[in-house]
Design a protein around this ligand. Structure first.
Ligand code: PLP
Length: 362
């Protein structure tokens, strides 16, 4: 069996053990004589999967089920960009946005369409090479929330501090770093993540939210755009994307059995260090896109001396089973996405290739 080292940003690599487990029980899930994608979402076997996934996620985040709820919603992280301002922002109490990359711009755009958004800070002028600092955040007192994108998948930057907002609820798009390290999640009122980066297959968004925020939505909102629809019905108002949720549950259990978020953080920072060290020690052959103190543990972005060399790098990497290293067109160059499931071996193989490539092409 040939498996490559998959550095794609998302959909992305998943733990081999999880894939194997899903494969082994695919034809006969939990002795039902059916697969998980054929059983009713009202069945006991499915409900067990659904509720266990929710419980494990809260446990990993060290959040209490009394205060926080886990919702499973479709439409990708992109639908959250719309649901958030629809549910929480008004002209009088606008949503405040930190612009730190493409996805935070997209989130802000949805609030702008509704006329309920404002900008707290932006690093667009610096081509998003860093996230804004605390002292740059300008949040108006009447803001409904502060929205940040915690890890900027395309630019390879990540927040390494939790923004202080006084009493304004903090909302975060953690699509590409959810459950990658321990964070004081209690400081956040709403966290969401399209799971196809770090936690499972595409098809579901994990929303972890303070219960008091979603107990009641605006009466004027259509049913499927209201958080309270998902909250009141345990995310089972309509048919959920059962397979995606099942896989997220398996990944959460895998994280738990591997040692939790502390262990993920240890592994992820070790992997990131290996690649950043190669970049820093390459005498400028590789140039990192992100400013050092904003560097992401999840997406390592870098350029080579020329576009010809970048093309050659991608082609030769593929010969070594290193795939998905081409960067996003808005940054150019390379991007290695090294989520929880990327092995140390994969990262060492890439680092080794990078060193040899620099040597033979400089
Ligand atoms: C990929 C990504 C998105 C978009 O997710 P979809 O599920 O495709 O809508 C949003 N935010 C971040 C940080 C991402 O990495």
């Amino acid at each position: 069996m040939k498996r490559v080292y998959n550095f794609n940003p998302g959909p992305a690599t998943l733990p081999l053990e999880v894939l194997q487990e899903a494969q082994a029980e695919f034809l006969n899930f939990a002795d039902t004589g059916m697969s998980i994608i054929e059983i009713s979402h009202r069945s006991v076997a499915y409900e067990k999967v659904h509720n266990q996934a929710k419980a494990d996620i809260l446990e990993l985040m060290k959040l209490s089920a009394e205060d926080y709820e886990v919702l499973f919603i479709q439409g990708g992280a992109s639908l959250q960009f719309s649901m958030i301002p629809l549910n929480f922002a008004t002209k009088k109490n606008p949503g405040s946005y930190v612009l730190s990359g493409t996805f935070s711009l997209n989130a802000y755009k949805e609030a702008e369409i509704l006329g309920v958004g404002e900008v707290a800070a932006s690093t667009k002028e610096e081509n998003f090479r860093r996230v804004p600092r605390q002292d740059e955040l300008k949040i108006s007192d009447n803001a409904a929330y502060l929205h940040v994108c915690y890890n900027n998948t395309i630019y390879g930057t990540e927040f390494h501090y939790i923004p202080e907002t006084k009493n304004i609820p903090l909302f975060a798009d953690m699509s590409s770093d959810m459950l990658s390290r321990p964070i004081d999640f209690k400081k956040f009122s709403l966290i969401y993540a399209g799971v196809q980066k770090n936690l499972g297959p595409a098809g579901v968004v994990l929303v972890v939210v303070k219960k008091n925020l979603v107990e009641k939505s605006l009466e004027t909102l259509p049913t499927m755009l209201r958080y309270d629809t998902f909250y009141k019905k345990n995310s089972l108002y309509n048919t959920p994307p059962a397979f995606s949720i099942y896989m997220v549950g398996k990944v959460a259990a895998w994280i738990k059995n591997s040692g939790g978020l502390e262990e993920m953080a240890k592994r992820n920072s070790a992997k990131a260090k290996i690649l950043y060290d190669v970049i820093d020690e390459s005498k400028n052959f590789y140039r990192g896109h992100a400013v050092k103190d904003s560097r992401s543990f999840m997406n390592v972005t870098f350029r080579l001396p020329s576009e010809e060399l970048e093309k050659k790098f991608v082609a030769e990497a593929a010969e070594k089973n290193l795939v998905g290293v081409k960067g996003h067109r808005s940054v150019g160059g390379m991007r290695a996405s090294i989520y929880n499931a990327m092995t140390l071996e994969g990262v060492e193989t890439l680092a080794d290739f990078m060193k040899k490539f620099a040597k033979s092409n400089s």
